[in-house]
Design a protein around this ligand. Structure first.
Ligand code: NAD
Length: 486
């Protein structure tokens, strides 16, 4: 097996990155491009052996990295951001080839945001204040200590972006990291290891191990030397990880799936509502936050649907490297099978496809809108993770809120309304980590991000990330504590 493959003109090392060295496994797995189903290359397939080696490397590197001054850690994070910015074009083409999301989005939004993740947490680290409180003359001094080796496990739908939401704050906090990217899109994590090494990150501070979660996951998440696990992915995997982490009570952060609603009230600007609705096909519907359930006030439902269908018809679906493409392929033929099975079961149960309802070929699924769906049906209750949306109507605000909250998820909700008081009233009642009012997908990194109920445990962003990656300590010193100590 070659150690390097060339992807869109960019050389990518296919081996793990452990303790500042490239390490090959005896076995490989095949990485396939969603664009045409063709083989990209053979990737080192990690086992418990590589997991243990990576955790050992992270453990060995931890004391020195934790003791590195904040200013130095911040300097290195900025150097990583510089490296990302220099390689935007390379990272974009590799990511698009690997996960099929639009090249133009990677170039202009996603990869620059990766660099921003490092800059943001570097700057935040320097602003993080130690707090002092007084109790009966005693000083309470609160400090953030780095927690230790951290295992970060990420999905395939926004690989580098989601990985660096975790890597950047973990490193900033003084932790060392073992990153396990998804097996369907492992390549940019390998490039990140190169960039971090070039930026001067010491050996063992960032380790990358590749492979199937089912083969390498338990060895990482049950390891006694791991002090934090941050996971983004599906609910069943999260449950498995929680069980595995329980053995050592390893603290967990879980960012999981969703079945988020888009509530369209009759007082909304319908053009805006339709724009928000059509955005839900972004990344071929493989977005955890996607508002996949349209809840539309009865009196405007027909008009909304008409305009939505008109607008959806203008979207082009095809090669994600093409500047004019709006919707790319789905990640893997297995994902397409899963999507289609959901849709066929819904149709068999009485749903009607207003548009789509079928595959286009082995890589692409036709953008789909289903109506005549019952609230307790599978298609309304379960995450599809494809370009499949449902539309239901409501006649009162109370009904809208009830339908919106009636799933086991609570990741996000989007409202389209022209009434500020209604927006406030409805928002208060929604179970969701993020609510967007007349907008979608915008978030400041200082703000919390995460989900309620089965959508997750904990929050990421700003202070919340540091809270998670640190052991917070309170040191209480007696009044005049040093009086008799010379
Ligand atoms: P997944 O759960 O199948 O896999 C996610 C990661 O977990 C992969 O790296 C996989 O290899 C690993 N894994 C699998 N089994 C494991 C095990 N036993 N132990 C440890 N790791 C294991 O999810 P996916 O299909 O890659 O991603 C799609 C899901 O992710 C969707 O449900 C989506 O909503 C969710 N997601 C959530 C967010 C969020 O921030 N809330 C963001 C993106 C995606």
């Amino acid at each position: 097996m070659p150690d390097n493959i060339v992807v869109g003109g960019v050389s990518v090392d296919t081996r793990h990155w452990i303790g500042g060295r490239r390490v090959a496994s005896s076995e490989t797995f095949t990485d396939v491009s969603p664009i045409d189903g063709g083989t990209i290359g053979e990737i080192s397939r990690g086992t418990a052996l590589e997991a243990a080696a990576a955790v050992a490397a992270a453990k060995a590197a931890f004391p020195a990295w934790a003791a590195t001054s904040r200013a130095e850690r911040a300097r290195i994070l900025h150097a990583i951001a510089d490296g990302v910015e220099k390689r935007i074009e390379e990272l974009s083409i590799v990511e698009t080839t690997d996960n099929g999301a639009l090249l133009r989005s990677h170039r202009r939004g996603v990869i620059p945001r990766v660099a921003h993740n490092f800059r943001f947490f570097a700057d935040w680290l320097l602003k993080l204040e130690h707090e002092d409180f007084e109790t009966r003359g005693h000083t309470n001094h609160v400090s953030w200590d780095p927690a230790g080796p951290s295992v970060l496990i990420t999905p395939w739908n926004a690989p580098l972006m989601l990985a660096t939401w975790k890597v950047a704050p973990a490193l900033a906090a003084g932790n060392t990291v073992v990153l396990k990217p998804a097996e369907w899109s492992p390549l940019t994590a390998s490039l990140l290891a190169d960039i971090a090494a070039e930026a001067g990150l010491p050996a063992g501070v960032l380790n990358v191990v590749q492979g199937y979660g089912s083969e390498i996951g338990d060895a990482l998440t049950s390891h006694p030397d791991v002090r934090r696990i941050s996971f983004t992915g599906s609910v069943p995997t999260a449950k498995r990880i929680a069980e595995s982490a329980a053995g050592h009570l390893t603290p967990l952060s879980l960012e999981l799936g969703g079945k988020s609603p888009l509530l369209v009230f009759a007082d909304a600007d319908l053009d805006l509502a339709v724009d928000l609705a059509v955005e839900q096909y972004d990344n071929a519907g493989q977005v955890c936050l996607a508002a996949t359930r349209f809840l539309v006030e009865e009196s405007v439902a027909e008009e909304f649907t008409r305009r939505f269908v008109e607008k959806a018809a203008t979207l082009t679906q095809g090669d994600p490297r093409d500047e004019t493409t709006d919707i790319g392929p789905n990640i893997h033929p297995r994902q397409l099978e899963k999507i289609d099975a959901f849709v066929q079961r819904a149709l068999a149960a009485g749903a009607r496809a207003v548009i789509g309802g079928h595959r286009k070929d082995t890589q692409y699924y036709a953008p789909t809108l289903l109506t005549d769906v019952a609230q307790d049906s599978e298609i309304v209750q379960e995450e599809v993770f494809g370009p499949v949306l449902t539309l239901q109507t409501f006649s009162t605000e109370e009904e809208a809120v009830r339908l919106a909250n009636d799933t086991r998820f609570g990741l996000a909700a989007t409202l389209a309304t022209g009434d500020a008081e209604r927006a406030e009233r409805v928002t208060e009642q929604l179970v969701a980590g993020t609510v967007w009012v007349n907008c979608f997908f915008v978030r400041d990194l200082q703000a919390p991000f995460g989900g309620s109920r089965h959508s997750g445990v904990g929050r990421e962003g700003g202070t919340w990330s540091f809270d998670f990656y640190c052991d917070v300590k309170n040191t209480v010193t007696a009044p005049n504590g040093w009086k008799n100590h010379g």
